[in-house]
Ligand binder design. Structure first.
Ligand code: ADP
Ligand code: MG
Length: 606
């Protein structure tokens, strides 16, 4: 089977997502890889597909038992024989699993990092054919990350002890350079193919509300989204207790999760949420890393988290299936103070020396500031997030609270003419800052030195704020009215299209954030956008969900493992009538069709 057939047959998908093919091809050609892709991008397939094609066993290192269970259960649903080896197995179970592994029953085995260098496991590994070691959540090797696991350092040790070196692949959603470098260094990747995909998650809608009555707003949200699953994050255990308690008293299907609960209750509450027995989970940031539930439709933040990293990670747990999902932050002034207290009283860094501790403190304060700016921004929220992570977006996404309520279409032809005219007249010799300073009529040393004060466009846009001109500049670059050279000094160049603007034959319109008004407007609740398959027959969708629940109970797996929301939506829209048509549905592979296909066909056509 080739990789496309494996994708279709086992996972039921027709197309690879961005980046997946490159990583898969690399692995198959024997080269190490480092894949940096946001949550929900589909990292698992990048090692699972080669694992099914290579001769030998793929070991997947994963930090949490719940993650391993989730993935193994998903693989089994897809007809792949996989197993995990971790401390949740009894000793007898463990040795049975090892025997099966020796007999070559599992192409894919998930292993806890602590196991790797134990005698029994090593004995198995050195005698088996290990084709690949795949390190999932690879940021756990880095002390710079938020989830450092010392046991991850054993991975290299383990690889060294194998009779030959397997392909090593590493995957993470953490984007920062320090963590990225650590992963490659510590895991000793050999000339890896490094792939970073964009961090944008177009299916996520972002919004911020600053309201007096947060609880009322949350209730209102839940009432407007009946039947959907979601997470409500709070900053403290106390708030979790309060919010969850009120929701339960008010009749909502809610449960709670935080580090103060005993293990038994935590596990139970988490399972209730994953198996759709409870619709809502109210949690601190302790809830999350082990959760691959794909049909989380909303993530509400009852408080502002401490930084954008945490926010994007938590919010990103919505909509892994690629269907529309919403991430809403309810900001309150007290959140800043609570976070400040957390930062000042942080005892995680006791082993650091004084200077290092100050540096961390400073960094955390700075991050909190940026998080707070997010809550007050009038600009496109997605753009803010992407810029924070070092990417450039256009300044209007059309799918966030600000774009939908705060933006207006503005004719910026005059601004565009000024900027382009200025670039032309100075013979394309200068960078963005000089151009903007010139049209704004700045009187500084550089401007005088370059004699830009003699440029005929000098001061022509002196009343326009610099940030506005920057946005227009971006728009001109994105739309090819201007370009940037990539020489030693970046200078602005004209393009073939520049003339159209300059001679007035073309108007330039763009979406811009309204300038801040005195009275903060109450933001309207956005209409739910149907992205993807168009309108869906809600009645049919409900029936299919019902059927999915029944099957999930029989199979003892979470409903989203039977079929994702996306598959159900697709079925509602396409209404397949035959096996062939059913097999066209995203997420319906050969194995799942055999198990459930008929029942869903009947539900659709019966
Ligand atoms: P990550 O580990 O990157 O956060 P996952 O591997 O858990 O993401 O994948 C997220 C979801 O995307 C899963 O439900 C998975 O089945 C789905 N998915 C992955 N690859 C594809 C694809 N090529 N087409 C459609 N869905 C995909
Ligand atoms: Mg993953």
């Amino acid at each position: 089977m080739d990789k496309y057939q494996v994708l279709k047959q086992y996972f039921g998908y027709d197309k690879f997502r961005e980046g997946q093919e490159l990583l898969i091809d690399s692995i198959l050609s024997g080269r190490d890889v480092l894949g940096i892709m946001p949550t929900g991008a589909g990292k698992s397939l990048c090692y699972q597909i080669p694992a099914l094609m290579m001769e030998g066993i793929t070991l997947v290192i994963s930090p949490l038992i719940s993650l391993m269970k989730d993935q193994v259960a998903s693989l089994r649903q897809a007809g792949v024989s996989a197993a995990y080896l971790n401390s949740s197995l009894s000793s007898a179970q463990y040795f049975t699993a090892l025997d099966n592994a020796r007999a070559g029953r599992y192409p894919i085995i998930y292993v806890a990092p602590e196991r790797l260098t134990t005698e029994s496991f090593l004995d198995f590994a050195v005698h088996a054919k290990i084709a690949m070691v795949a390190v999932d959540e690879a940021h756990c090797v880095s002390q710079w990350g938020q989830d450092f696991r010392p046991s991850y350092l054993k991975i290299v040790d383990f690889i060294h002890r194998l009779p030959y070196r397997p392909v090593v692949s590493a995957f993470t959603a953490t984007a920062t350079q320090a963590v990225r470098d650590d992963v490659a260094d510590i895991l000793m990747l050999q000339d890896p193919t490094v792939l970073t995909t964009g961090f944008d998650r177009p299916n996520l809608y972002f919004a911020v509300y600053s309201l007096k009555d947060k609880y009322g707003a949350v209730r209102n949200y839940l009432d407007c989204h009946p039947g959907e699953n979601g997470i409500i994050y709070c900053l403290t255990r106390k708030t979790v207790e309060e919010v969850c308690g009120r929701l339960q008293r008010d009749g909502y299907s809610a449960t709670r999760y935080h580090a103060g609960l005993d293990d038994g209750e935590r596990q139970k509450n988490q399972d209730d949420f994953i198996y759709d027995r409870k619709r809502i989970i109210v949690a601190t940031n302790a809830f999350g890393m082990g959760i691959d539930k794909s049909d989380v439709r909303f993530v509400l933040h009852y408080n502002m988290p401490k930084n954008m990293e945490s926010y994007y990670q938590e919010a990103g747990r919505a909509g892994r299936d690629g269907e529309p999902a919403e991430c809403i932050l309810y900001y309150g002034g007290q959140d800043v103070i609570t976070n400040q207290l957390f930062i000042e009283n942080n005892r995680d860094n006791e082993e650091l020396d004084e200077a290092a501790r100050q540096a961390v403190l400073e960094r955390d304060r700075e991050r909190l500031k940026k998080m707070t700016y997010y809550c007050f921004s009038n600009e496109c929220l997605r753009d803010y997030i992407l810029r924070y992570f070092g990417e450039y977006g256009d300044n209007y996404c059309g799918n966030c609270g600000n774009c939908l309520s705060q933006f207006e279409t503005v004719d910026v032809t005059e601004y565009a003419r000024g900027l382009i005219g200025c670039v032309g007249e100075c013979r394309q010799r200068y960078g963005i800052n000089v151009i903007i300073d010139t049209v704004r009529g700045a009187n500084n040393a550089k401007i005088r030195q370059y004699r830009m004060n003699e440029n005929s466009w000098y001061g022509c846009l002196s009343t326009v704020p610099a940030h506005r001109l920057r946005q227009v500049f971006n728009h001109l670059l994105v739309n090819d009215y201007l370009s940037l050279s990539s020489d030693e000094y970046t200078v602005v160049r004209l393009t073939e299209r520049s003339g159209e603007v300059l001679d007035g034959s073309l108007s330039v319109l763009m979406k811009l954030a309204r300038e801040r008004e005195e009275e903060p407007k109450t933001k309207k609740k956005p209409a739910r956008r149907a992205v993807g398959f168009g309108d869906v027959d809600e009645g049919l969708f409900e029936r299919l969900r019902q059927l999915r629940s029944e099957i999930a109970k029989e199979e003892r797996v979470p409903p989203y493992m039977v079929f994702s929301d996306k598959s159900l939506t697709h079925m509602c829209a396409a209404r397949p009538q035959s096996k062939a048509e059913m097999m066209e549905i995203s997420g319906v592979g050969e194995f799942k069709y055999k198990k459930y296909g008929e029942r869903f066909l009947q539900a659709i056509n019966g």
